[in-house]
Design a protein around this ligand. Sequence first.
Ligand code: ACM
Length: 758
Amino acid sequence: MRRILLLAMATGLAACASQPRQNTAPVDTTPLSLIPMPAQLARVPGLFRIDASTKIATAAGDTQAKKVAGQLQGWLRQARGVTLPIVEGKPGSGTIWLHTEASVKGIEAYTLDVDDKGVRIAANDETGLFYGAVTLWQLVTDPAAQNGVPGVHIVDKPRFEWRGLMLDSSRHFQSVSEIEHLLDQMAMHKLNTFHWHLTDDQGWRLQIDKYPNLTEVASCRKPVGPDIALTGGADKPYCGFYTKEEAKQIVAYAAERHITVVPEIEMPGHAQAAVAAYPQFGAGKKHTVSGDWGVNTALFNVDDGTFTFLEDVLDEVMEVFPSTYIHVGGDEAAKDEWEHSPKVQAKMKSLGIDDEEKMQGWFVARIGDYLEQHHRRLIGWDEILDGKVPASATVMSWRGTKGAIKAANAGHDVVMAPSPNLYMDYLQSTLPDEPAGRPIIQSLESVYTFEPVPPGIPADKASHVLGEQLTLFTEYQPNWQRVQHALFPRVAAVAERTWSPIPDWNGFLTRLPAQFSRYRAAGIMPADSAFAVAIDAQAAGSDKATVTLASQTGFGKIRYSTDGTPPTAQSPEYTAPFEVTLPTTVQAITFVNGFGVSGPRASTIDAKSLLRRSSDQLATCNDRLPIRIESPVLVDGVRPVYKVDIMDTCWMWKGVKLDGRYGVAISVNRLPYNYALWKDAANVVSRKAKSRDGEIEIHQDTCDGPKLTTIPLAKAKGGPATIDGILPKREGTHDLCIVITGKPGPATMWAIGDVQLR
Ligand code: ACM
């Protein structure tokens, strides 16, 4: 309560809070779990119970309120199992009153009042009423408010107009119903922009009537890695596209929830799928739809016929998507094909353009003009700033924040989507069960604490920042379950940072457990990385170990067990490292108010485990491009994940006591090597191999240090397998450098899983 009162005072609500009607009853002080936290919230006396006699009331003729009443009725039916009647009526006497009222100022703004007599939600339009209804639904679904909705006076509006989420449906495809599920969740977080990445090198996902090959050819690729399990075989293509009717259905579904769908059609790069279908629009050799992640070099050419194609596509895109903004990509267009194309070079000469980056500017400007003629606005990734773009173009800053700073200072509007801060394909934790992804940890806290207006944008330009978005490229999210893991609860963090005027990380954490209950009720599986318990054990003498437990946020109470039973709210609370006798299985859960907020984590600590490290626990030697990659095949019934630097297959195990160690067993697997590294390909490290399959070598202290053992990979017979080697007698503590000889790629690479000393 103290926190909420402080927030109310900080937002200037102290004066407003005195306005609601006199009521001498005490104010309920149980904290409310609203996300995003409203701009102004004051607790007032009163408690309103929603039961079968409650009515949702609107004024006669208030069609906007009636529409929202219908939506609220559905949410309350799901939450409470009662269908409240919608009537024409008045506020008070047991009603939830929704009212369109011009006096409520602000775009998407609303007021919400709850007291003993009922609920009143007012806004100047349907969108504000919708958000007021979402807040009421959150109050109703707050586990702390099960006896009724406590008295509140809320005056609310968002900080930013672009509260977004980008989903890549090209690398991996989601069904219409999965996208609708996501839109439901966006709405309940008050996010309002769904940026839909529909085309890329790995698949074109939108039906375009005039160019049927975009879906007949460009929507399918050879499956790679985990795709093979999805398609049912390496010979079965990975395919998927949305018909125009389906896309329109998604646009309508989003609009019902006050979400605008901004489609993205990539150009001039990330065009490989399109030019595989229509080679005449490509600038280089013939291509097939790519199965490689990274920077593929296929570009559209700059012929007039290609612009006719792109304009035809955009015509159909504009027919499906009524959004003001059309995203045209513009990122990572490697210029090799243009550099080598006599036709492109001739065109540049005729235009007096002397370099390919400026040529991209000309390309994007031409498309921008076309969109302007059709009363739309171009938005693109920050590379569009490399050339001259229309003043109305909006820049999506992804290469950190520098694009945003440059754009805002040049008078362009910007949307913040910086990598790695808001890129959801980065990992959330170092937990051993973290799924595949890119290994710069973007914890919930780092997503939450990212400030959307970067320091380099002066105050008088700050209004150019339209907002920010979660950005999910789906190379490592092959299915809906993994999309959920990457997005939830990070969605809640971005929702709060784009809506609420004042960040409050600790307050957010206290409100998160209630949000987790809402996720569970909606069939969403969030990542519990913020609360999950990491179990670390260090040897302490010959038959003991010291166990340290920690969660990422330190929030709540860690409770643990050592007797093989799952921890409960009554289990011992962890307060300091403790000793166990080997072997012991330690299990741990984080509890908040007696409820578990993390899944249980368990670790069996024995003499063997203390001498074992997974690739996750090892450092990569040079950190060129480490990725956590999942096995394309099941190993012992699971799909293990390997941390491997795809440019240098080399790991370091620091500080190993080698006394008494006589051997090593290493689990290895052969992973697909589907990476387009462009110029970086020249920097992939190759180590001299002695045999066709290569070897694992272990060196002492440094990678150039004495070689302790060589284990031929031929022993793994193609993998996955565990292969072993003998270690010479050594004393003392040393670093071990574990390298795989040869060169990763072109089609596969070896990676190590666990390293077990004997
Ligand atoms: C991007 O990540 N290439 C926008």
